[in-house]
Design a protein around this ligand. Structure first.
Ligand SMILES: Nc1ncnc2c1ncn2[C@@H]1O[C@H](COP(=O)(O)OP(=O)(O)OP(=O)(O)O)[C@@H](O)[C@H]1O
Length: 364
């Protein structure tokens, strides 16, 4: 089992630093998902850990051994790190067994039993061993790529958006098979993804990368419920953002007076409410009434845009407040409904010099 530690690492291409003095620890046997926008440096981070890129400062250690740092450089093949790419990258001219065996050290490449064990680990039947990659579905190919990466028993596995090319059903099944295989192998893993649901459901910890550094690292429920700022909140899921005034443990905003999470100083704040915190009732049955402006129906749930909300501070004629409800409970457009908010809500202090109109927006 292997811990990954990254300390004050700066890296990039030429003179352009993509990562600036970043720190990250992935405890042994756990998975951290790195979430960030396109171009934020997720792949650069994996290349740095794998040894395909040298840092210009800082230190990377794998299993307590420094693999990159001042005066130290361990080449990729000697780091004991597995890498699974977005497209799997199987060798088309080798069978499934040949691809997996390629990941084994030379003397063991003929060990059929180990190949079959690895197929089983990633949830594929032994009968697939002699197929060619083009006779497999995308999800099966990704599982073979994972088996190949796990073959030499690396302590650390890097997964670079390995599910993103798969359709949603296959994606979920492949993700679950991967999580099971990683647990069974006891591997430490770093998953890079654009998909917040994937990051929150797959990993023990989520690390949000932006502007060259980690903006927040924490357990999924912690980063979802207690994001450090509005931008991170928007990265992790839908967020209704409202101007408000905090005072004595409550905030006043267009949704009324709401209990606020601890530690928010009195004053002007940006209030964050997750859409599922807003419950809809028949008109007159909640704290406030509102009018349904539009409904986006997804089957299992629906997003309901609301306006005409009762008298909070600064009623928000141009802002958007959205609620997430069960699909079967979705109201109709133009219907008048009641709403109430399950607190406490999150709020971010706003500097006194920042003059903002009181309004509401939905970061999606
Ligand atoms: N080989 C390279 N040479 C120069 N610049 C590069 C190179 N590879 C990546 N970059 C730049 O580094 C930045 C980070 O790229 P990176 O691929 O790490 O981002 P990412 O978060 O993985 O993006 P995406 O989600 O779109 O894959 C981008 O601005 C990119 O243009």
């Amino acid at each position: 089992m292997t811990e990954l530690r990254i300390r004050a690492v700066t890296a990039g291409y030429g003179r352009d630093a993509v990562l600036e003095s970043v720190d990250l620890t992935v405890p042994e046997g756990t998975t951290t998902a790195v979430l960030g926008g396109s171009g934020s440096g997720k792949t650069t981070l994996l290349r740095l850990i794998a040894g395909f890129l040298r840092p210009s400062g800082g230190e990377v250690s794998v299993g307590g051994r420094t693999v990159a740092g001042p005066g130290v450089w361990v080449p990729p093949e000697r780091r004991g790190v597995g890498y699974v790419r977005q497209e799997g990258g199987l060798f088309p001219h080798l069978s499934v067994a040949g691809n997996i065996a390629f990941g084994l050290p030379w003397p063991r490449r003929r060990h059929r039993a180990r190949v079959l064990e690895l197929l089983d680990l990633v949830g594929l039947p032994a009968s697939m061993a002699d197929r060619c990659p083009d006779q497999l579905s995308g999800g099966q190919q990704q599982r073979v790529a994972l088996a190949r990466a796990l073959a030499p028993r690396p302590g650390l596995i890097l997964l670079d958006e390995p599910f993103s090319a798969l359709d949603s059903g296959l994606r979920a099944a492949t993700r679950e098979a991967t999580a099971r295989a990683l647990r069974a192998a006891g591997a430490t893993a770093v998953l890079v993804t654009h998909d917040q649901g994937e990051a929150l459901s797959f990993a023990d910890e989520v690390a949000i990368l932006g502007a060259g550094r980690f903006r927040q690292v924490g357990r999924p429920a912690e980063v979802y419920r207690e994001p450090v700022d509005a931008e991170v909140a928007g990265f992790l899921g839908d967020a209704v953002l409202l101007d408000g005034i905090a005072s004595g443990g409550a905030v006043s905003c267009v949704l009324g007076s709401l209990p606020v999470q601890e530690g928010v100083p009195d004053g002007h704040v940006l209030v964050m409410v997750r859409p599922e915190q807003i419950a809809l009732t028949p008109a007159g049955g909640g704290h406030l009434d509102a009018t349904v402006r539009a409904v986006s129906y997804f089957g299992h749930d629906a997003i309901v845009e609301l306006d005409g909300i009762g008298d909070g501070i600064g009623s928000a004629p141009s802002g958007t407040v959205v609620a997430r409800v069960l699909g079967q409970d979705a109201p109709r457009s133009a219907e008048r409904v009641g709403l109430s908010v399950a607190g406490p809500v999150r709020a971010f202090p706003v500097g006194p010099s920042v003059a903002r109109p009181l309004s509401g927006t939905a970061a999606r």
